[in-house]
Design a protein around this ligand. Structure first.
Ligand code: EPU
Length: 418
């Protein structure tokens, strides 16, 4: 199994391009299930989660054809097996995103119920309740969600909590339903908006994406083909900014946008970084030592849970103390114990962590536990004195395209070892 060996202590500098957003690409790939013509995507990141999603739809009968450097053509006309088997769903929870489009398109879907996950229980009852409100008959049997509907009907759905993939699943289902659906308490994440924009380009009638009430007027026929470029990955962007901030570096990220990162950029400024941005790039200049900054995670546009671990890492070496409050997932502090192995001072009390900055971290062998936890260990390893060996980096490869190469491009001493 691959490991990442990092020789810490080099400030990051230079320029690197950000990839397309994993969490936008995943639902947008599923949107092809709603179309009667090929969907052409570009800026699709090469990530393990994306390959898993493509294998999943391919075994359903969708034809998947690479198109140039970062493009894909997805043609679902051959769809004949509306099933997401346990073997695939257990490796990637986002597989649940096929449920809504499959019932809408095929009238039936069998999707393995995702189990728990390293960061929390992550149930999917909101996805199920929403589809039931649209008239789907749903049974959970033998570990599978079995959903049927001759044609879904528009409904008013108020989700119990803000759920990103729940909003996306229901929005996709509603696109072919009979009549109007309103999703209230909808997720406002930019990835939801990117999916809506792609669906609109395919002929869907959606308004309000990016607000907490999304209105979808169902259309009679399958959607048409379209061309869509996946938005830049705001979490990859934020992760590289944190890595540069922690190492007292100076970097420029291209093919990205500051527009989706207000809360993160504000915290980096509070920490003492200078930031500059134009239409498609962000530049960060870090001070010699950061000031500790407290964060509290919450749905967009507040501070993202997917940046919590990275901010814990930068606070480990900052001046002063900061509190990190996680409100989205109940078990998303697993990186803390690994950071402590590198010499960090972190006290955990339920969903609160108190981090007191130390002058130095020292390299050690650490274990990646989930995607963003792994990113925090990379940041800590880049700052630590000596060598840090991160095990189980398959987690990183799920969500960060060519991370070792991109960090090397920024001057870090990083290598992939077996
Ligand atoms: N929830 C329920 N019931 C549901 C749905 C959600 O209780 O039916 C709870 C979850 O357990 C969680 C909260 O609601 O406590 C919010 O979860 P949400 O549904 O928004 O998470 P998700 O859609 O499963 C997406 C991202 C995650 C990101 C979260 C929060 C994708 C593919 N995944 O997950 O990304 O952390 O939103 O922003 O979009 C990552 O990329 O590393 C990652 C975990």
């Amino acid at each position: 199994m691959d490991k990442l060996l990092i020789e810490g202590g080099t400030p990051l500098s230079g320029e690197v391009a950000v990839s397309g957003a994993k969490n936008a690409a995943l639902p947008i790939i599923c949107a092809c299930l709603l179309a009667g013509e090929p969907l052409h995507l570009s800026n699709v990141p090469k990530l393990n989660d994306i390959s898993t999603m493509l294998r999943l739809i391919a075994q359903m009968g969708v034809s998947v054809t690479p198109d140039g450097e970062d493009g894909l053509v997805l043609d679902s006309r051959g769809l004949d097996n509306p099933t997401a088997p346990y073997d695939m769903v257990k490796t990637m929870r986002a597989s649940i995103l096929v449920l809504g489009p499959l019932v809408a398109r095929h009238g039936e879907a069998r999707v393995s119920l995702p189990g728990g996950c390293a960061i929390g229980a992550r149930p999917v009852e909101q996805h199920i309740k929403g589809l039931q409100a649209m008239g789907a008959e749903i049974d959970v049997e033998n570990g599978y969600i079995h959903a049927r509907a001759s044609r879904l009907k528009g409904a008013r759905i108020v989700t119990d909590m803000v759920t990103v993939t729940g909003t996306e699943n229901l929005m996709m289902a509603a696109v072919l339903a009979d009549g109007e659906t309103v999703i209230e308490n909808a997720a406002r994440e930019p990835e939801v908006v990117d999916l809506a924009n792609c669906l609109i380009a395919m002929g869907a009638r959606i308004s309000g994406a990016g607000t907490d009430a999304i209105r979808i007027e169902g259309v009679e026929r399958l959607l048409q083909g379209a061309r869509h470029a996946i938005m830049p990955d705001r979490i990859e962007t934020g992760t590289y900014l944190c890595a540069a901030a922690a190492t007292a570096g100076n970097i420029r990220l291209t093919r990205t946008s500051a527009a989706y990162l207000d809360s993160v950029l504000q915290k980096l400024r509070e920490a003492g970084c200078e930031l500059d941005s134009d239409a498609d790039s962000i530049t960060l200049m870090a001070p010699p030592r950061l000031k500790a900054v407290s964060v509290r995670t919450a749905p967009y546009p507040a501070f993202p849970t997917d940046m919590q671990a990275q901010f814990m890492a930068i606070n480990c070496v900052a001046e002063g103390s900061a509190s990190i409050r996680e409100t989205i997932f109940e078990n998303r502090f697993m990186h803390a114990v690994e950071l402590i192995r590198l010499g960090a001072d972190i006290k955990i009390d339920a969903s609160n962590a108190l981090v007191t900055g130390v002058r130095h971290l020292d390299g050690a062998a650490v274990m990646a536990t989930d995607l963003r936890a792994s990113a925090s260990l990379v940041i800590a390893g880049l700052v630590a004195r000596g060598e840090t060996l991160i095990e189980r980096i398959y987690h990183l490869d799920r969500g960060y395209e060519r991370i070792d190469q991109k960090l090397t491009q920024l001057g870090a001493r990083v290598s992939r070892v077996r």
